[in-house]
Write a protein that binds this ligand. Structure first.
Ligand code: ME8
Length: 510
């Protein structure tokens, strides 16, 4: 196992406030970061905001603000996601910070120096009122796709990146690193795209003011995607290098939505190869959410606000739902009904109740003090064996970025523990003094199974897991425990006195 792990989210445009899509990518990256910390790896987790470019400039203009003022207002909404969603990012980067200007200009200068960036002329369909270029594919009946007014062919001087030169090196990189682009279906799409041939890419604009200037070439600003992608190296100390860069670059995984995969899997590694910097090791493209069966859009008024979700359902429940409901990588539908169902059935009934009712029995039969288990019987051994299988299933799933599978494996153990309760029937054992030792063993085993479930579910439901961890008499932070310790049955301490109840996941009234 590598001793380090570097995971990123996309940096979000500050032309709009956060919605479920932003929350989704950030939560997924957070769960990976938390899981890898619990594997004992040194983790760096970066998120941030993309503050330059036409979208931000235009939105600011519409609101009568300078772009920087708009960014300063909206960035707080993104930074606020960290506490609201229990996100454990190590840094938050804004592309308007001086460290990022230095980083982008350095990378750009290197490719300019070796001839991979050259001055040419950009030609496209221009909409004067919108101040925007469009491609042949984007215009609609010769009109601007945004405002519907006629567009005209226009040219401007522009720097180009020699992307065409990187077709072979990229294909070679994909071949040698089969896990670079995931999931597999997306990888095939990208490979086919690159095999189809690559055009050089315009990487500067003279028609836009809000961006990073190119030193020595007044009037040009760097194209927003070149600027934005570079955040991933800036965040660990490029161009100065230093300990973080040495430790964490190349990144292990860029978590992105499917719509921005091409930028990350084609352009970004090519920019880096050209500048002599190692490309990232992985990009994972997740799917998109519809809302109650419809595309999410402002005009439909169905945009899901993550802050509101947290207020209504709690951060842990929202996190759990997003990662459990849909196989990671596929599209999915968000509905309140499905969310309430998951919360009540999986979290409150299956998981929460397993602990809560066992604590109740422990209180009633043993005054809340955890008994020492005695010799294990066949059913006990089956539960212990299952806990080990679940640990390996969770690890395999997490390595493959299959959150739904990891959670489904944890719930196999939750459900098995619930079945064990029914089969062992502690309330029957409690009736006969001769079964007292057996009763103690049974309660110990249920609590120990619950402890292992808490440990394995902690990256997804960190706050509830901590609460349950403490209710089980475990010391310290569950986030600092090692997942591998789930493989050693018997970690629950005997002789400690536990509370008579612990409600980690309240039921939601339908
Ligand atoms: O793209 N379901 O920023 P952005 C799931 N600044 N995910 C969704 C979604 C939905 N309905 N709608 C959007 C940018 N997303 C650039 C990134 S990175 C160097 C620069 C996801 O604010 C989308 O896939 O538009 C993307 O990952 C993010 O939210 C949108 O980010």
């Amino acid at each position: 196992m590598k001793s380090t792990f570097y995971v990123t989210t996309p940096i979000y445009y500050v032309n709009d406030v956060p919605h479920i899509g932003h929350a989704y990518t950030t939560i997924a990256a957070d769960v990976l970061a938390r899981y890898h910390r619990m594997k004992g790896q040194k983790v760096f987790f970066l998120t941030g905001t993309d503050e330059h470019g036409e979208k931000v400039q235009k939105t600011a203009a519409r609101q009568g603000l300078a772009p920087r003022e708009l960014a300063d207002r909206v960035v707080t909404r993104f930074q606020g996601l960290t506490p609201a969603l229990h996100i454990s990012n190590d840094d938050f980067i804004r592309t308007t910070e001086p460290r990022h200007y230095a980083s982008v200009q350095d990378l750009f200068r290197k490719s300019l120096g070796n001839g991979d960036i050259y001055l040419g002329e950009y030609e496209g369909w221009y909409c004067t009122p919108c101040e925007s270029y469009w491609t042949d594919l984007q215009i609609v009946d010769g009109k601007c796709p945004d405002c519907g007014r006629p567009v005209e062919k226009r040219k401007e001087p522009s720097f180009f990146f020699r992307l065409s030169k990187y077709q072979e090196p990229l294909l070679d990189y994909y071949e040698k690193n089969p896990a670079f682009i995931r999931p597999e279906s997306r990888r095939n799409e990208v490979v086919a795209f690159v095999e189809g041939g690559l055009n050089d890419l315009s990487v500067s604009r003279t028609s836009l003011a809000w961006g990073i200037p190119i030193p020595g070439h007044p009037g040009h600003v760097i194209y927003v995607w070149y600027d934005a992608l570079t955040n991933y190296v800036t965040g660990v100390g490029h161009p100065d290098g230093g300990e973080n860069f040495e430790t964490f670059w190349p990144a292990d995984i860029h978590m992105v939505g499917k719509d921005i995969l091409r930028f990350h899997a084609v352009y970004w590694p090519a920019f880096l190869m050209s500048a002599g910097v190692a490309p990232p090791l992985g990009v994972f493209a997740h799917g998109w959410w519809t809302v109650e069966g419809r595309k999410m859009s402002k005009s439909l008024g169905n945009v899901v606000d993550p802050y509101q979700m947290v207020e209504t359902y709690g951060a842990d429940a929202f996190r759990y739902f997003l990662l459990r409901e849909v196989p990671f990588g596929l599209d999915g539908d968000f509905s309140k009904k499905a969310m309430v169902h998951r919360i009540n059935s999986d979290l409150a009934n299956d998981f929460g109740n397993l602990l809560n009712r066992t604590l109740g029995m422990l209180g009633k039969y043993f005054g809340g003090t955890v008994p020492a288990p005695s010799l294990a019987g066949e059913e006990d051994l089956a539960l212990i064996a299952l806990s080990r299988e679940v640990l390996s299933a969770v690890d395999a799933a997490m390595e493959n970025v299959e959150f739904h599978k990891a959670l489904s494996a944890v719930w196999d153990l939750v459900k098995a523990a619930n079945r064990y309760v029914e089969a062992q029937s502690p309330w029957t054992l409690a009736k006969s003094p001769a079964d007292r030792e057996r009763l103690g063993t049974v309660l110990y085993n249920i609590l120990e199974a619950a402890r292992i479930c808490v440990l394995l579910a902690a990256p997804v439901v960190p706050t509830a897991a901590q609460k349950m961890w403490e209710a089980l008499g475990c010391e310290g932070e569950v986030a600092k425990a090692l997942v591998s310790s789930a493989g050693a049955w018997g970690g629950l301490r005997s002789g400690v006195t536990l509370p008579k109840s612990a409600v980690a996941f309240p039921r939601i009234e339908e």
